[in-house]
Design a binder for this molecule. Structure first.
Ligand code: NAD
Ligand code: MG
Length: 386
């Protein structure tokens, strides 16, 4: 029996790592739908190599080029945001949600609504609409498998029938490229420096989030939704070697940790083979070479984005969606060199300070809050750059 697999965001860092595993095991997997935003060539090449049923490009202006590249292949081609959501709704046994940002929310909902296995990398979808997404997962009998390395580690250490025995969830953070620096020492950092992560190779947005530690904040909120324990049970510890990917502490004092080399093919493979383990080409952990594991408290003064996210997690309601939307706008402006690195957290704080809508009940509520928070953040970016 082969497992049919769809990959949303197939041309990104997580998408190509997923394709790598799928293509190494053609006897186990066949490809249903692949989607991308603008990388037509990357998408066409992956669709041809894997003989995908469906290839969808998000940006409609890329349709003609994709169509031309796939003519005669028998692969169905489509374009536009609705077509991406339709690709997510297309039947598949297993779907990787690896679109970056809130743009992945509608596709994630489409996967949840058809049931089946949902491998979730797109943390922003859970941050801005955790309750709504998880309610759909439950209502339609879908299974959420966490891809994010920390959440995958927790999932592996989480005794689902012993939840009352869990006292703490400890997320590890590498600390990013600016670990140990003060705020003043980060004032002039460039996008190139910010995306140069010491341990992981990732897309630009999550790399900047890792540099501000907003990524860890988004992950706390993501973890709280996935593992549904009270906010005070979640902690962050900085662990520069990225060998322990996260930990679960039990009331007896036992701490279970998952370790491995920093290669996303390990958590992706865990989800792809689930419930069975599958082999991956990831480098084996050589503990003698690692030699030591260090741990330190996160510096919330130097990295205020993490502090903002911790507060948003405790407040709940619309706060995480606002935090996420403002951060997406600010990170994009930083990558375009329109604002400095420190302005990212300042913009997020500013938008959280002047927008306080009611708790979102529906997906449309979330979209409205997301749109308004983006509008306010854009206004702030323009005020700074004027
Ligand atoms: P990436 O930028 O490398 O890839 C993003 C993918 O999404 C691309 O295929 C792109 O074409 C597509 N995309 C972008 N905007 C889109 C839009 N508006 N509509 C449709 N598709 C769009 O990002 P990545 O590093 O692969 O991260 C993807 C997600 O996984 C993010 O949510 C990230 O936080 C999460 N994640 C990534 C890693 C990692 O190691 N890269 C680890 C954990 C979690
Ligand atoms: Mg992570």
């Amino acid at each position: 029996m082969t497992r049919s697999v769809s990959i949303l965001g197939a041309t990104g860092s997580i998408g190509t790592s997923t394709l790598d595993l799928v293509e190494r095991a053609p006897d186990k997997f066949r490809v249903a739908a692949l989607t991308a935003h603008r990388d037509v060539r990357g998408l066409a090449s992956a669709a041809l190599r894997t003989r995908a049923e469906l290839a969808v490009i998000g940006d409609e202006s890329c349709y003609a080029e994709l169509k031309a590249l796939l003519t005669g292949s028998g692969i169905t081609v489509a374009a536009g945001a609705q077509a991406v959501a339709d690709a997510a709704a297309h039947p598949a046994d297993w779907t990787m949600a690896a679109i970056v940002g809130a743009a992945g929310l509608a596709p994630v909902m489409a996967v949840a609504r058809r049931g089946g296995l949902l491998a979730l990398a797109n943390k922003e979808a859970l941050v801005c609409a955790g309750e709504v997404v998880l309610a759909a997962v439950k209502a339609h009998g879908a299974t959420l498998l966490p891809v994010d390395s920390e959440h995958n580690a927790i999932f592996q250490c989480f005794e689902h029938d012993q939840v009352d025995g869990i006292s703490r969830i400890i997320l590890t953070a590498s600390g990013g490229p600016f670990r140990g620096r003060s705020r003043a020492e980060m004032a002039a950092v460039t996008p190139e420096e910010a995306v140069r992560h010491p341990n992981w190779s990732m897309g630009a947005k999550i790399s900047v989030d890792s540099a501000t530690l907003m990524n860890k904040g988004l992950e706390l909120i993501e973890a709280q939704h996935i593992f549904s324990l009270p906010p005070e049970k979640f902690e962050v510890i900085v662990h520069p070697q990225s060998v322990i990917h996260s930990m679960v502490e039990y009331i007896d004092g036992s701490v279970l940790a998952q370790m491995g080399s920093p290669d996303m093919r390990i958590p992706i493979g865990y989800c792809l083979g689930w419930p069975a383990r599958m082999a991956t080409p990831a480098e084996r952990l050589n503990l003698a070479r690692v030699a030591r594991l260090d741990f330190l408290e996160p510096d919330l003064d130097a990295f205020p984005a993490l502090a903002l996210a911790m507060v948003a997690m405790k407040e709940g309601g619309a706060r995480p969606a606002i935090l996420n939307a403002a951060n997406e706008i600010a990170v994009a402006a930083f990558l375009e060199r329109r604002i400095g690195f420190l302005a990212i957290a300042e913009i997020v704080a500013d938008v959280l300070g002047r927008y306080a809508p009611a708790r979102p009940e529906t997906l449309d509520d979330v979209f409205a809050i997301d749109a308004e928070a983006r509008r306010l953040a854009t206004e702030t970016v323009e005020a700074i750059t004027a």
